[in-house]
Design a binder for this molecule. Structure first.
Ligand code: NAP
Length: 321
């Protein structure tokens, strides 16, 4: 019997590739960057499944090319804004993601960002490497407390909740904004729901954890940054396009906010000649929120298991359509 064909746009998680190779004919794009569009179009027309990374753009034309043969696209990530889900559904192609695995790792990283920017961790490290720590003087490195401060979470889902859990140890007062009230979480963690603008104007740390959608794209721009307190910090652990990078740069230069720490940028990678990269009041990490080795591997295996289930006509562990 001929094996079903799977295309993997990267070979990042060997455990996932091995799992697929045991059952299917697997072809892998050999580079570390996404395969060119023509390649994905060609593979969509020939394969039964594609395993994607969050920087692979899967649009209607690619899905149309796969119509009839392509049964599933398994994204190795919880966000799936890189895939036209509506167009996939119309062609009976399943889209899957990897929820329930990466929230703890992303919450750890959110606190790494909060602490790094508030307590000048990266700034201090850079000063030492640049040979600037020549006298014992803490004044240039004075930071802002995290404990006891107000934390505002925009988008209280899986990751947002794990951030709340960590904030308890820091004695933070937590507020959140989501489109629907999370009454169970309000009771469990004694947190308060506020309007979006109230979060911006009252919280010391505003942390973004929303999916990217037409509603959340550029949800933080000049107007929103102007509402934030001058002593406050913006944290972005969601997707780059939720924040207008040029507006953020201006807010940092004018002192409209005290600082920012962002794991995601628009575009990615952030151009090294973007002026925001040279700002001392920002920490930027290369989209590594979920990237602990264990979580990274578990996400790959989950994506592979979604493909196995879809191609073997079994219930799919995490289908989004
Ligand atoms: P989730 O469980 O789906 O939570 C997202 C929350 O955002 C939901 O509770 C939702 O609540 C809220 N939300 C959606 N639209 C909103 C809006 N317009 N305004 C306010 N709140 C809104 O997702 P998650 O697992 O926590 O992940 C969140 C996002 O993080 C992902 O979609 C992904 O883009 C990003 N992410 C980034 C990394 C990284 O490496 N940096 C890693 C993983 C995930 P309501 O429906 O009640 O509004």
């Amino acid at each position: 019997m001929t094996k079903q064909k799977v295309y993997a746009t990267r070979a990042r998680v060997p455990e996932a590739i091995e799992l697929l190779q045991a059952l299917f004919e697997v072809e892998i794009w050999p580079e570390t960057t996404p395969p060119p569009r023509e390649v994905v179009l060609d593979k969509a027309s020939k394969c039964h499944a594609i395993m994607t990374e969050v920087d692979d753009q899967i649009d209607e034309e690619i899905l149309e090319a796969g119509k009839g043969n392509l049964q599933v696209i398994a994204n190795r990530g919880v966000g799936y804004n890189n895939i036209d889900v509506e167009a996939a559904t119309a062609r009976n192609i399943k889209i899957t993601n990897t929820p329930g695995i990466l929230a703890e790792a992303c919450a750890d990283m959110t606190f790494a960002l909060i602490l790094s920017i508030a307590r000048k961790v990266v700034f201090g490290d850079r000063a030492i490497r640049n040979g600037e720590w020549t006298v014992f003087d803490q004044v240039p490195y004075l930071g802002t407390d995290v404990y006891g401060k107000k934390l505002g979470i925009i988008g209280l889902g899986d990751i947002g909740e794990k951030v709340v859990k960590r904030s308890i140890g820091f004695d933070m007062e937590v507020f959140y904004h989501s489109r629907t009230a999370k009454v169970d979480l309000e009771e469990k963690y004694r947190i308060t729901r506020l309007g979006f603008e109230d979060i911006l104007s009252t919280c010391d740390y505003v942390s973004l954890h929303v999916p990217l959608s037409p509603e959340t794209e550029q949800m933080i721009s000049d107007r929103e940054l102007a509402m934030m307190q001058k002593e406050s910090f913006l944290i972005n652990m969601s997707r780059g396009p939720t924040v207008d990078l040029d507006a953020l740069h201006s807010a940092l230069v004018t002192g409209q906010i005290a600082g920012a720490a962002i794991d995601v940028t628009d575009p990615e990678p952030v151009p090294v000649d973007h002026p925001i990269v040279n700002n001392e009041n920002i920490v930027i990490t290369p989209h590594i929120g979920s990237a602990s080795r264990a979580t990274f591997t578990a996400m790959g295996v989950a994506a592979a298991n979604n493909i196995v289930a879809a191609l073997q006509d079994k219930p799919i562990p995490s289908a989004v359509n």
